[in-house]
Design a protein around this ligand. Structure first.
Ligand code: ATP
Length: 460
C-alpha cells in the first residue's frame, strides 16, 4: 500500500481544470455521467496522442527489431480460455446489502471481516451488511451475431497483449524477423473494475501501449540472455518515462516479490509514479518476464504450432516473452499531475496556474497575440499564426488584456507566447515569451519556425 506522499494531492484541481479547459470530460455527462469512463476533449486528445506517438516512435519506428500491429478488440472466445482470463481474471468482491455499493474484499477501508457481523461498510457505515467475498470476472461480455445465446458470447479484450501472441508467426514470417524481436501495439482495453476511480487512473475503458519481446530461452553469449533482456527493458522503459519530463524523484521501480508474481512469471517489476496525496506511488507500467506461458497456452488451445525456427542451428523452440505494458491514460494522468503547479508571479498581485508540460507533449505549442486590435497588428498576427500552423498547433487569441491571455495559455501548458506589438509592424520582429522563465526575447518573424522548432524538438 502506498504511504502518503510528500507531494500535494492535486487531483481535484486537475479534474476541474481538465473539464474547464477542454482536456477531459466525464462520459455522457448530460445523462448524469457513466461510471468511470471519460472523454478526451480537444486539448486532451492532442496531449494523449503526443504521448502515444512518442511511445510508437521509441518502440517501433526508431528500431528495426520491433514491428507494429493493430489487432481487433473482439477475438475468438477460446483466446481468453487459453490466456487464463475466463477462469482467473477475477477479483474477490463484497457487496453492502444496505447501500448496494461494491468493494474489493481486500479494500483497506473495510473494518472487520466481510460476511461476519462485525464488518462495517466503509461508505454507509452499516454493520453486518457486507456479503462474503464472491469472485467477479472483470471481462465485459457481449454477443456476436444476431442471437443472444451462450454460443455467441465474445469478450471485449481486457488487455491488448493476446492480439500480439496470436499473431506472433504472422508478423515474424511476413516481416522475416529473427528472434530476438518484438511486436508492439496501442489499443483499447476494457475491464469491469470493481473499484475504479481517481479520475483516469483506473477506468473501465482505457488504452494500453504494450510490447511483447520474443527471446531465445537458451541464448548464449554474446547474445543477451532472457534475464539480460528483462533488465534491458527495465532500464529502457524508465528512461522513456523520464523523457516525458516526469520528475526523477517521482519515479521508482517496484520489483515483485515471489508472492506477488503470477504463477508463470519469472520476474516482474512495475514502474511507479508518485501521484501525490494519499495515492502516492502507483504503477504506471508493468514489465514482465512471462516465460513461454502465453505461446504454449495458445499452442495447446489452438492445436497450432507457435514455434520459431532457428535456421542456422536447425532448432525449433517456443520463445520466452518479455512484456512491457503501459497505460496511455494512466501515464497521461502522471504527466498532468507532474506538470500542475500554482505559483506567485513576482511583481504581480495575481498568482498563476501552470501546466509545465514538456514542449513536445504540449497540445498547443504557441499562443499568438496581437497586443491591440488595431494598427495592422491583428493582420500581422494572423499571418504569423497561419505560417506557424502549418508546422505546429497554434492558438490565436486577441481577447482581453495581454496578461490574461498569457495566463490562459500557461494553464493549458502552452510553452511559448508570441506577441505582435507596435515595433513588430515596423521591423518584422515579435516577442517570444517562455512559459516557465517568463523571459521575453525578440525574434524576427521569419525566423520563428526555426526558433520554435529547435526548442520544441521532435514531437516523437
Ligand atoms: P492495477 O493493479 O493497477 O489494476 P494491473 O497490474 O492490473 O494494474 P496490468 O494488467 O499490468 O495492470 O496493465 C498494464 C498497465 O495498464 C497498468 O500499468 C496501467 O497503466 C494500465 N491499466 C491497467 N488497468 C487499468 C485501468 N482500469 N484503467 C487505466 N489504466 C489501466
Amino acid at each position: 500500500m502506498a504511504s502518503v506522499s510528500a507531494h500535494p494531492d492535486v487531483m481535484e484541481k486537475l479534474v476541474s481544470l481538465c473539464k474547464r479547459r477542454g482536456f477531459i470530460f466525464q462520459s455522457s455527462e448530460i445523462y448524469g455521467g457513466t461510471g468511470s469512463v471519460w472523454d478526451y476533449g480537444p486539448l486532451g486528445v492532442e496531449l494523449k496522442k503526443n504521448l502515444k506517438d512518442r511511445w510508437w516512435h521509441a518502440m517501433v519506428r526508431a528500431r528495426d527489431d520491433i514491428e507494429g500491429l493493430d489487432a481487433a478488440i473482439l477475438m475468438h472466445p477460446r483466446v481468453w480460455e487459453a490466456s487464463g482470463h475466463v477462469a482467473g481474471f477475477t477479483d474477490p468482491l463484497v457487496e453492502c446489502r444496505n447501500c448496494k455499493r461494491r468493494f474489493r474484499a481486500d479494500d483497506p477501508s473495510i473494518k472487520g471481516t466481510p460476511g461476519m457481523p462485525d464488518a462495517q461498510c466503509p461508505v454507509c457505515g452499516a454493520k453486518g451488511t457486507l456479503s462474503e467475498p464472491r469472485l467477479f470476472n472483470l471481462m465485459f461480455k457481449t454477443f456476436m451475431g444476431p442471437v443472444e445465446e451462450s454460443a455467441a458470447v465474445v469478450y471485449l479484450r481486457p488487455e491488448t497483449a493476446q492480439g500480439i501472441y496470436v499473431n506472433f508467426l504472422n508478423v515474424q514470417q511476413s516481416m522475416r524477423q529473427k528472434v530476438p524481436f518484438g511486436i508492439a501495439q496501442i489499443g483499447k482495453a476494457f475491464r469491469n473494475e470493481i473499484t475504479p476511480g481517481n479520475f483516469i487512473f483506473r477506468t473501465r475503458e482505457f488504452e494500453q501501449m504494450e510490447m511483447q519481446f520474443f527471446v531465445d530461452p537458451e541464448a548464449k553469449p554474446p547474445e543477451r540472455s532472457d534475464m539480460e533482456w528483462f533488465e534491458y527493458w527495465m532500464a529502457q522503459r524508465m528512461q522513456w518515462h523520464q523523457g516525458l519530463g516526469l520528475a526523477p524523484e517521482r519515479l521508482q521501480f517496484h520489483r515483485h516479490t515471489k508472492d506477488e508474481l503470477a504463477h508463470y512469471a519469472r520476474a516482474a517489476f512495475d514502474v511507479e509514479f508518485d501521484f501525490g496525496g494519499s495515492l502516492g506511488f502507483q504503477e504506471i507500467e508493468g514489465v514482465h518476464h512471462r516465460g513461454d506461458f502465453d505461446l504454449s497456452q495458445h499452442q495447446k488451445f489452438s492445436n497450432k504450432k507457435l514455434e520459431y525456427f532457428d535456421q542456422p542451428n536447425n532448432r525449433r523452440f517456443v520463445p520466452y516473452v518479455i512484456e512491457t505494458s503501459a497505460g496511455a491514460d494512466r501515464t497521461t494522468l502522471a504527466v498532468l499531475v507532474n506538470a500542475y503547479r500554482e505559483e506567485e508571479v513576482p511583481g504581480e498581485s495575481e498568482g498563476r496556474t501552470v501546466l509545465g508540460l514538456s514542449p513536445a507533449l504540449a497540445p498547443i505549442k504557441a499562443g499568438v497575440f496581437p497586443l491591440v486590435k488595431k494598427d495592422g497588428m491583428p493582420e500581422m498576427a494572423h499571418r504569423v499564426a497561419d505560417d506557424l500552423r502549418r508546422v505546429f498547433p497554434i492558438f490565436y487569441d486577441d481577447g482581453g488584456a495581454i496578461g490574461r491571455r498569457y495566463r490562459r495559455q500557461d494553464e493549458v501548458g502552452t510553452p511559448f507566447g508570441i506577441t505582435i506589438d507596435g515595433q513588430s509592424t515596423q521591423d518584422g520582429t515579435v516577442t517570444v515569451r517562455d512559459r516557465d522563465t517568463l523571459q521575453q526575447v525578440r525574434v524576427s518573424a521569419d525566423q520563428l519556425r526555426a526558433y520554435l522548432g529547435e526548442r520544441i524538438g521532435p514531437s516523437a
